[in-house]
Write a protein of this length. Structure first.
Length: 174
């Protein structure tokens, strides 16, 4: 994600576009425990506020988010299967995230997936510790990759701005 964001930012600026890359909500909303559904609500509202701001100003031509509405939609499935959200809560949050008033502000959403073993290798390459995180472990990564692929297949007919790329066999230059 990070390398793609950097290349996209640099390339778009070379075309003379005003580009802004938003800090991921996980880096800003770290006051909420990551093992709760509230964490994803906090990161979602952070991104949502920025999305609404930039879509209603002429400050930039392109704004890049590392995570935003569709990501939040997927995490609601995760918390539901962990019994941290009721079915009703999951459906309410997902419906809100897919509101036409919000998703119509997004021109392109790229899901980037990677097989768990390669994802772990990449994560460890830039980590200062061998310890695995709550979601940075092969089991959780597999569940999330499967969810992204499932949600992509489900939502693509309705949301044409969705794209999905498996990056497992790609190097950073690709």
């Amino acid at each position: 994600k990070s390398e793609t964001t950097k290349v996209l930012y640099d390339s778009l600026r070379k075309f003379g576009l005003r580009v802004d890359v938003q800090q991921e909500g996980a880096e800003v909303r770290n006051y909420v425990s990551r093992d709760t559904a509230e964490y994803n609500i906090a990161t979602f509202t952070y991104a949502l506020n920025l999305l609404l701001h930039y879509s209603n100003t002429a400050e930039t031509d392109v704004v890049i988010f590392n995570r935003c509405l569709f990501d939040f939609y997927i995490w609601q499935e995760y918390w539901y299967t962990k019994n941290r959200l009721s079915l009703e809560e999951k459906n309410i949050f997902q419906s809100f995230a897919l509101s036409r008033l919000l998703v119509n502000k997004i021109d392109l959403c790229l899901f980037m997936t990677c097989e768990p073993e390669e994802a772990m290798r990449r994560a460890q390459r830039v980590s200062l510790t061998e310890r695995k995180g709550g979601t940075t472990n092969p089991q959780t990564i597999k569940v999330l990759v499967d969810r992204y692929k499932t949600v992509f297949a489900k939502l693509t007919p309705q949301f044409q701005q969705l794209e999905c790329r498996d990056t497992t066999k790609l190097n950073e230059n690709q």
